[in-house]
Design a protein around this ligand. Structure first.
Ligand code: IPM
Ligand code: MN
Length: 360
C-alpha cells in the first residue's frame, strides 16, 4: 500500500515522541512492503510563533492531500493563564477537527497488566477494563454560538456557549458507535443529560429510533453524572460508549487515568476527510528536550493508523512490540519497574521497539 502521511509534531514533547512514532511507522512499512512518505507541517504554539496562526492554510492543505495525519500534541504554558490571548494553540486543534470534518473521536481505554498498580483504582475493579469512548468532535458547545465575557445593558458581565446539535450530527455519530459495538461485545451505552438538557433529549430521541436497526446490540442509556460514577465503580460495565463533545472530553480524561497508563493511550479522529491519529495525553512542556517522555501512545497511534486502513497484521506487530518492551522493563522513567539495571529514555524505548519489529 502507498501511504502519504502528514506529520504534525506540534509543541512540548511532541517532536520527540513523533520521531519515535515515525521510526516505528517506517520499520513496519519496510517489513510489510508498504511505501510510506511523510510531509511535516506546522501547528500549535509553534505555528503561532512562526506564522501567527495555530493551523495555517498550508498545514490544512498538507493534511487534506494526505491519506492520514499523525499528530503529536499542542499547547504551551505561555498561553494557559491568559484568557485574553487573541490566538491560542488549542484553536489549531479545533480548526483541524472542523476543517477536516473529524466528527468521530475514538478513544480506547484499556489496561496493561503490568501497569495496573499505577491506577488510582483497586486492582480487582480495574483489571480487565476495556472499553471505547466514541466522542462527537465537531459539534456541541465547542462550536456553538459564543459570546465572550462582555458587560451587558444592566452593567453585569456575561458570557455564553451554546450546546447546539442537529439530527444528522447525532445520527452519524451514533452509527459509528453501533459499528464499533458490533465489532466488539455488542453493548452500546448512550451517555447524555436528557433529564435536564434539550440537546440531550434530541440525542436520546434519535438513539431510541435508530437502536431498532441494531437489534444485535444491547443499547442502554445513562446520564453523564451517573456514567462518571460508574466508570470508577465498575469500569468493566462498559464496552462502547457514545456521547457529545463536552461530556466526551471530560469522561475520556477520567477513562485515561483510571487505567494507570495515560502515556500509553492512542486515539483516532475520523470523519469526512483525512483521519488523524494522536496520543490522548498533552504536550507536557516541562518534559521537553529531556528524553523522558513516553513514546508509546504515539507509537500505538501508528498502530491505529495502520488498522484504519485494514492493515491489521501491521497493527498487531506494533502492539506485540510495545507489550514486549513493557515486559522487558524497557520503559521510560515514570513506569519503569524497580530494581532495574538500566535506564531508558524516549529514544531508547523507540529504538528497542524498532529493533523488535525488524527482527520479528
Ligand atoms: C482533548 C483536549 C482538547 C479538547 C483541547 C486541547 C482543546 O482536551 O483533545 O481532549 O478539549 O478537545
Ligand atoms: Mn480533553
Amino acid at each position: 500500500m502507498n501511504l502519504k502521511i502528514a506529520v504534525l509534531a506540534g509543541d512540548g514533547i511532541g517532536p520527540e515522541i513523533m520521531e519515535q512514532g515515525v521510526a516505528v511507522c517506517s520499520a513496519i512499512a519496510e517489513k510489510f512492503g508498504h511505501e510510506v512518505s511523510y510531509k511535516e507541517a506546522l501547528c500549535g504554539a509553534h505555528a503561532i510563533d512562526e506564522v501567527g496562526d495555530p493551523f495555517p492554510d498550508e498545514t490544512f492543505q498538507t493534511c487534506k492531500q494526505a491519506d492520514a495525519v499523525l499528530f503529536a500534541s499542542v499547547g504551551d504554558p505561555k498561553f494557559d493563564n491568559n484568557p485574553s490571548a487573541k490566538v491560542r494553540p488549542e484553536q489549531g486543534l479545533l480548526a483541524m477537527r472542523k476543517k477536516l470534518g473529524l466528527y468521530a473521536n475514538i478513544r480506547p481505554v484499556e489496561t496493561f497488566d503490568c501497569l495496573i498498580h499505577k491506577s488510582p483504582l483497586k486492582d480487582e475493579i480495574v483489571r480487565g477494563a476495556d472499553f471505547i469512548c466514541i466522542r462527537e468532535l465537531t459539534g456541541g458547545m465547542y462550536f456553538g454560538k459564543k459570546v465572550e465575557p462582555t458587560v451587558n445593558a444592566d452593567g453585569v458581565e456575561e458570557a455564553l456557549d451554546t450546546n447546539y446539535y442537529t439530527r444528522p450530527e447525532v445520527e452519524r455519530i451514533l452509527r459509528v458507535g453501533y459499528q464499533y459495538a458490533r465489532a466488539r461485545r455488542k453493548h452500546l451505552t448512550v451517555i447524555d443529560k436528557a433529564n435536564v438538557l434539550a440537546s440531550s433529549r434530541l440525542w436520546r430521541k434519535v438513539a431510541q429510533e435508530i437502536e431498532k436497526e441494531y437489534p444485535d446490540v444491547t443499547t442502554d442509556y445513562m446520564y453523564v453524572d451517573n456514567a462518571a460514577m460508574r466508570m470508577i465503580q465498575d469500569p468493566k460495565f462498559f464496552d462502547v460508549m457514545v456521547t457529545e463533545n463536552t461530556f466526551g472530553d471530560i469522561l475520556t480524561d477520567e477513562g485515561s487515568v483510571i487505567t494507570g497508563s495515560m502515556g500509553l493511550l492512542p486515539s483516532a479522529s475520523t470523519g469526512s476527510s483525512t483521519p488523524v491519529f494522536e496520543p490522548i495525553h498533552g504536550s507536557w512542556p516541562q518534559g521537553r528536550g529531556l528524553n523522558i517522555a513516553n513514546p508509546l501512545a504515539q507509537i500505538l497511534s501508528v498502530a491505529m493508523l495502520y488498522e484504519y486502513f485494514g492493515l491489521n497484521k501491521e497493527g498487531a506487530l506494533i502492539r506485540e512490540a510495545v507489550n514486549a518492551s513493557l515486559d522487558a522493563n524497557v520503559r521510560t522513567p515514570e513506569i519503569q519497574a524497580e530494581p532495574c539495571s538500566e535506564k531508558y529514555g524516549t529514544k531508547e524505548v523507540g529504538a528497542w521497539i524498532v529493533n523488535y519489529i525488524r527482527r520479528a
